[in-house]
Design a protein around this ligand. Structure first.
Ligand SMILES: NC(=O)c1ccc[n+]([C@@H]2O[C@H](COP(=O)([O-])OP(=O)(O)OC[C@H]3O[C@@H](n4cnc5c(N)ncnc54)[C@H](O)[C@@H]3O)[C@@H](O)[C@H]2O)c1
Length: 269
């Protein structure tokens, strides 16, 4: 523990269960001295698992459907009432109805596509617009979204989530430009495939994680690795990093092929 977030306040979206990346981020932010509100879609909070995290981290839980401007307005009003201005926001939200229902990309259902796009991408804009309108970010604050390399390269089973992630990353760059006026940074972290509820919904994810592991010189990044990176990005050590898509993937994104994968094809493993 380094006390990197001592005195910082924030909102963390997307902790569903102890596998969730946002769950690990909340634990690490707490260990580093931050205070925050935990939020998730009301329907996702039915099981009540988030209450254990709230207790562990001394946090309040406030439900909000991240596609609803009304819900987000209420959430941010509560955060302002509790903390005054805040220093960080984590958007760790993703869902594709087409992925969930196994609908092929070539046969996509457009109503489902719009729903998934709103939840996975536009909600990032809605969160930032709410914070913007309420002018509730402190100077040198930090806003993060989580993404995946399917935004840049084709991973067929990722389906329309690939397009949603491209859109999400673009929102980070574009809104990040405007947030610069207020000395707030906006970035996305592009995370290795990770075994979570959302991650395991992607077809063939087990084999795919093994492939990513073999392709990455440092191996796959865990949810905890991702949480540590988020802490760094919320801390004062990264103040001038903005409008970036930052890979936390053990080197996967810059590897053409690895010896391990070549050996497998040569039947040497
Ligand atoms: N797991 C992976 O392999 C992986 C890899 C790269 C990026 N990511 C991204 O990390 C983020 C977190 O996913 P995760 O893997 O921790 O899975 P997760 O299923 O634990 O988290 C997804 C969260 O989104 C929330 N959510 C869904 N609809 C919502 C709505 N309308 N309003 C508010 N919240 C809503 C869910 O309740 C859940 O808490 C997502 O953006 C995901 O795309 C995951």
């Amino acid at each position: 523990m380094y006390g990197l977030l001592k005195g910082k306040k924030g909102i963390i979206f997307g902790a569903l269960n102890d596998q969730s990346i946002a769950w690990k981020v909340a634990e690490r932010c707490h260990e580093e001295g931050a205070e925050f509100i935990l939020s998730n879609a009301p329907i996702a909070m039915r099981m009540g698992e988030i209450n254990a995290l709230a207790e562990k981290t001394g946090s309040e839980v406030i439900g909000a459907d991240a596609t609803s401007m009304e819900d987000l307005g209420n959430l941010f009003d509560a955060a302002i009432a509790k903390f005054g201005k805040i220093d960080f926001i984590l958007h760790s939200i993703g869902m594709s109805v087409n992925v969930r229902k196994g609908k092929a990309y070539t046969d996509i259902n457009y109503e489902w596509l719009e729903k998934g796009w709103d939840v996975s991408a536009v909600s990032f804009h809605k969160v930032m617009k709410t914070a913007w309108d309420k002018d509730c970010m402190n100077e040198w604050g930090s806003i993060l979204g989580l993404t995946y390399i399917a935004a840049q390269r084709t991973f067929p089973d990722y389906n329309d989530m690939a397009d949603n992630k491209s859109y999400l990353e673009s929102i980070a760059r574009t809104f990040g430009y405007y947030w610069g006026e207020r000395k707030v940074r906006v970035n996305t972290i592009s995370q290795t495939p990770t075994m979570t509820t959302a991650g395991s919904g992607v077809k063939g994810c087990g084999g795919f994680m093994g492939f990513a592991e073999d392709m990455s010189p440092l191996g796959n990044a865990t949810a905890l690795d991702c949480a540590n990176y988020c802490v760094a990005m919320f801390s004062d050590l990264t103040r001038k990093v903005t409008m970036q898509n930052l890979f936390n993937d053990g080197g996967f994104s810059n590897t053409g092929v690895s010896q391990k994968v070549v050996d497998k094809y040569n039947g040497e493993e």
